[in-house]
Design a protein around this ligand. Sequence first.
Ligand SMILES: [Zn+2]
Ligand SMILES: [Zn+2]
Length: 433
Amino acid sequence: MASRPPSRATAPTGPGSPQDMPPAPGQHPLDPGTMPQPIRDELLAPDPAAIDTASKELRDGLNPCPRCGSTEVRHRPGSDRLICLYCRHEWAATRVEEAFGLGEGIAELRGTQVASGARDIAADAKSLRSYKCGGCGAEVVINTETAMTARCHWCRHVLGVNEQIDNGAVPDAVLPFHITKDDAVARIRQFVGKRSLFALKAFKDGFTPENVVGVYLPYMVVDARGNADATGVGEIETRRYTRGEGKNKQTVYDADVWRVQRHVDFTVDDLALESSAERGKLDTRSNTHNVINTILPFDTKNAVKWNASYLVGYSSEKRDRDVQHLMPRVQEQMLAIARSRMQPSVQRYDRGVRWERERMDLKGTRWVSMYLPVWLYAYHQPGPGGGLLHYIAVNGRTGETMGSVPVQPWKLLLAALSLGTVVEALALWIIAR
Ligand SMILES: [Zn+2]
Ligand SMILES: [Zn+2]
């Protein structure tokens, strides 16, 4: 049986269809000088990855003590310093604010400037990274979803993730824990103590604040420059009087109605945005509101240059949001800031201003990725749809504590009823007088 010869690949375009044309010689497709505005501005804007914060002194997998080379380096609790457990050498970390000039030039920001640790996460980046142990040569795997350091199980060398390239897990800076675990436990105990009257019995029975976990959460810290315009109407009360008698008595206001226009140029220093989608979402069904936002702010000015040794003994969460994902939130927050900046200048409109049109123009932003310290106590309350996850969070710098405690509904109901009884009794007492 004769097989048919494989059909020859035919030309991709048939006769008469349009043909691709090579570019005409001598014509550069992207000469910024020949482009019209605003495309020219866009093309001449500074390189988006302009700030290199990579730690040149740290090689990958290695965070040695600068004096003796031991990898037994720890964060000294309650400080921003590192200490070598072997030779006791102690050294201060460099604040990124000064090291990379992040406190300067906000008023001149132009375009989008991104520090090297805040660059886009490569789509194919692996969370599992393996390192050759400097002590014995064994391969040690670190899962960057939850940890940035690991101990070699053969020689007990400590390895850390230092390279910022491609996986987006290594931030530019870290704000070390100042609140110790004992302190966090005490604060959580106090927080729950104040709410224990209505707390769910199962929660109280299983309450072990010692299970609190220190977690470094990923944030983008943004400096921004922009301007905003708003137009609307403002009212000033000119007269107030009453009309009618008895039940028909009404208070009437006369007001002058002004057209109001405002323009504001402003800058923002260190706006902190959650850069993990899991934490940033406000899904109250599975996650009792955004607890972390309630323990802000953090003193991000004191953040130090990345060194994986700060993360020994702590858990961490990998960033999964890039600059482009967070840009709309910067716009949103900048508009809110613009409104509050305009507020003092419209005080004379004592009946208020109603803004009808608002416009925000973001002129420049600077992005730095940072790990911020949080102690977390979690409790899963079983229920329909996967139940509810309750958190109590302690700011690892200020000790500010906030969270949610699952309540016993019947206790709340009882409290409401007994309160009602008190109100009723009070009403009877007033009538009786
Ligand atoms: Zn040492
Ligand atoms: Zn080893």
